[in-house]
Design a protein around this ligand. Structure first.
Ligand SMILES: Nc1nc2c(ncn2[C@@H]2O[C@H](COP(=O)(O)OP(=O)(O)O)[C@@H](O)[C@H]2O)c(=O)[nH]1
Ligand SMILES: [Mg+2]
Length: 257
């Protein structure tokens, strides 16, 4: 067999290499910490730890910047990064995007919190703006559910309940039950910091930067972009409006370029 044939035969067995994101779709890459229930157990405050959240936000920022995303959303041990239909990074190759987003998240988070941690990654595709809104509503609802559960569980544990007792008390119980359980113990869940209940959003904002042109010796202002970290996101229908506005803004910017 000649070398070209051999090369072609081996390359053909890189079987999934040709898989690409469908053209013209909205894309979300979602990374999730591997085995973080155990990883966080000894190392971080429960149910929420500001240092843990800061490391997740740092990781979300790097993903947003490196992959040229439009919006990043983080809650618990996951980060979703949204990309517009026109996104062409790595020629939309699935293997590249999934592996590099997981690698970027793992490396960034590990450096940020000085511990070795790994993330997996997956792709979500949306056809319409409505799909995208539903996606982020879905993840935010998950944040709310997990926060209420986490608060109720760890409040019981701190009272002395065993793992089984706390799980048993909460099993199959309603949102109202968990709210009341907390309230009776001096925790008003509605007053728990918004970043814990609603997650944290990161998006681009423009600002005017004042500078000096050494050639003309004149002061100049330039429009720059920077990432804004929003720890006080709106929720429910207001969050829908917020996401829709982000999508419209992209559309307008794409028309201009
Ligand atoms: N202690 C602590 N744990 C957290 C925090 N945020 C997320 N976690 C943990 O991360 C886990 C994430 O859930 P999941 O991805 O389903 O679990 P995994 O499969 O073990 O990674 C939760 O069960 C929490 O235990 C935090 O701020 N503090
Ligand atoms: Mg996880």
């Amino acid at each position: 067999m000649n070398n070209d044939e051999f090369e072609a035969r081996m390359r053909a067995l890189e079987y999934y290499h040709n898989l690409k994101l469908l053209p013209g779709t909205w894309t979300v890459l979602r990374v999730d910490g591997r085995g973080f229930s155990r990883f966080t157990e000894e190392r971080f405050d429960k149910p929420f730890d500001a240092r843990f959240s800061d490391s997740m936000v740092t990781t979300a920022r790097v993903l947003l910047e490196d992959f040229q995303g439009l919006y990043a959303y983080t809650e618990s041990d996951e980060i979703s990064v949204l990309f517009p239909p026109s996104w062409t990074l790595f020629d939309r190759e699935l293997e590249k995007l999934v592996s590099l987003s997981a690698a970027t998240a793992s490396a960034t988070f590990s450096l940020a919190c000085d511990e070795r941690a790994t993330f997996d990654s997956r792709v979500w595709l949306g056809v319409t703006e409505r799909d995208v809104v539903d996606y982020f509503r879905w993840r935010q609802a998950d944040a709310g559910r997990c926060a209420l559960n986490g608060w109720a569980y760890w409040t019981l544990r701190q009272e002395g309940a065993t793992r089984a007792e706390a799980t048993g008390t909460l099993h199959g119980q309603s949102v109202a039950f968990k709210n009341e359980l907390l309230f009776a113990r001096g925790v008003n869940f509605n007053e728990v910091p918004a970043w814990q209940r609603r997650g944290v959003g990161l998006y681009w904002e423009t600002y005017e930067k004042n500078g000096f042109n050494p050639v003309t010796r004149q002061p100049v202002t330039a429009t720059r972009r920077r990432v804004r970290v929003d720890r006080d996101l709106p929720m429910k229908d207001e969050y829908t409006t917020f996401i829709r506005n982000l999508l419209r803004r992209t559309e307008r910017e794409e028309v201009r370029t």
